[in-house]
Design a protein around this ligand. Structure first.
Ligand code: FAD
Length: 295
C-alpha cells in the first residue's frame, strides 16, 4: 500500500533502520530487530541508503524482507548522489517487482571531492520528478525536511522555498530531520504551511542514549539541544545507565508533546536498537494505542 493512503486515514507510527556494514549483522537485523519493531505495528519501516553505495544491495534486500515478512510497508530511501539514471531504473524495477511502493527520495550528503559522486540529479526534487515521470503509478514519494534548516541553506525562507519545489515535484509527504526542541518544529511547521506546503509533515525523533552520539548528531544536523537535556548529559556523562534513562524519559516527553499538538505521525530513528524503542513504547502504551488507531 502507498503510505499517503494510510496518512489519509490515520496518524502513522514508523521506524527508521539502517543496513549494518557487516553482512553477518544483517541477519541479526532481520531476525531480531525487525521482528521486535514489528510488535508495535508500525505503519511503515524506512530503510536508509548508504549514499556512496556500499550498503545499497542490503537496503533493497531489507526493504523486500519487510514487505514479505511483516505487516508494515517498507519505505526505501534512495539518494541521487550515488546514482545515475540507469542505476535508478534498476533499483526502481527491483522495488516494483518486490511490490515496494514507497521511496524516500534524497540527495545525500555531498562528499568533499566532486569526482566521488554522480551529477545526473542535483537535488532530491529532480530524482522524484524523474521517477514519477517513468514510474508514476508505481510509487509514492517522501522527501526530507529540516525544522532547523538544512545546514547548506542560507536561510529558513530559502530552504522552505525549495521544500515547496519538492512538493511541486510530486512528493507526497515529508519526514523531518531529527530535532530535540519541539518549539523549533512548530515554528517550522507554521512557516511551511504559510508557504503553501500542504502535504503531511512527520516529525522524526531520535532517542539519544550516550554523550558521543548526542555530540555527533549536533555536528551532523546542527540541531539545538535544550539546556535541560545538555545539563543532564553533562552531569551524567560517564553513567551509561543514567544517560539511557534520561534519553528514554526525555524522548517520551517529546513524543507526548507532539501527540498533544496533533502531528501527522511519529517517525523514530531507531538506530537498530529495538530494546530502546521497546522501553519508549511501553512508556506511552495507552496514549499511543489511541493516537495511532485507525480512524
Ligand atoms: P535536497 O532536497 O536536494 O536539499 C539539499 C540542499 O539544497 C538544501 O539546502 C536545499 O535548501 C537546497 N535545494 C533543494 N532543492 C534545490 C533546488 N532545486 N535548487 C537549489 N537548491 C536546492 N542521507 C543518506 O545518504 N541516506 C539516507 O538514507 C538518508 N536518509 C535521510 C532521511 C531523512 C528523513 C533525512 C531528514 C535525511 C536523510 N539523509 C540521508 C540525509 C540527506 O541526504 C542530507 O541531509 C542531504 O544533505 C540533503 O538531502 P535532501 O534530500 O534534503 O536534499
Amino acid at each position: 500500500m502507498k503510505i499517503p493512503d494510510i496518512l489519509r486515514r490515520k496518524k502513522t507510527l514508523s521506524f527508521e533502520i539502517f543496513p549494518p556494514k557487516r553482512q553477518e549483522d544483517t541477519f541479526v537485523l532481520i531476525e531480531d530487530t525487525i521482528k521486535e519493531l514489528s510488535d508495535f505495528n508500525p505503519d511503515f519501516i524506512s530503510v536508509t541508503y548508504g549514499a556512496l553505495g556500499n550498503t545499497l544491495n542490503n537496503s533493497v534486500a531489507i526493504a523486500k524482507h519487510i514487505k514479505q515478512h511483516t505487516h508494515s510497508e517498507p519505505l526505501a530511501h534512495l539518494a541521487c548522489v550515488s546514482s545515475n539514471p540507469a542505476q535508478v531504473d534498476e533499483i526502481c524495477q527491483e522495488l516494483r517487482e518486490a511490490k515496494v511502493k514507497n521511496i524516500l527520495t534524497l540527495r545525500g550528503d555531498l562528499p568533499a571531492d566532486p569526482g566521488m559522486y554522480h551529477h545526473d540529479f542535483c537535488h532530491a526534487s529532480e530524482l522524484a520528478a524523474y521517477i514519477s515521470q517513468h514510474y508514476s503509478a508505481d510509487f509514492a514519494f517522501a522527501g526530507a525536511c529540516y525544522p532547523e534548516k538544512h545546514p547548506e541553506a542560507l536561510s529558513m525562507k530559502e530552504d522552505i522555498r525549495y521544500l515547496k519545489m519538492k512538493q511541486d515535484a510530486g512528493m507526497d509527504f515529508f519526514i523531518t530531520q531529527l530535532f530535540f526542541d519541539n518549539e523549533a518544529f512548530y515554528r517550522f511547521l507554521l512557516e511551511a504551511r504559510k508557504a503553501g506546503i500542504t502535504i503531511p509533515i512527520i516529525p522524526g525523533i531520535m532517542p539519544v542514549s550516550n554523550y558521543k552520539q548526542l555530540d555527533g548528531m549536533i555536528k551532523v544536523t546542527g540541531a539545538a539541544i535544550p539546556l535541560q537535556l545538555r545539563n543532564y548529559f553533562d552531569r551524567y556523562r560517564y553513567d551509561k545507565q543514567a544517560l539511557e534513562e534520561i534519553g528514554i524519559i526525555f524522548t517520551s516527553h517529546q513524543i507526548l508533546d507532539l501527540i498533544a499538538n496533533d502531528v501527522d505521525g511519529i517517525h523514530l530513528y531507531s538506530m537498530n536498537k529495538s530494546s530502546f524503542i521497546k522501553k519508549l513504547m511501553s512508556n506511552i502504551a495507552y496514549v499511543r494505542t489511541g493516537f495511532f488507531a485507525q480512524a
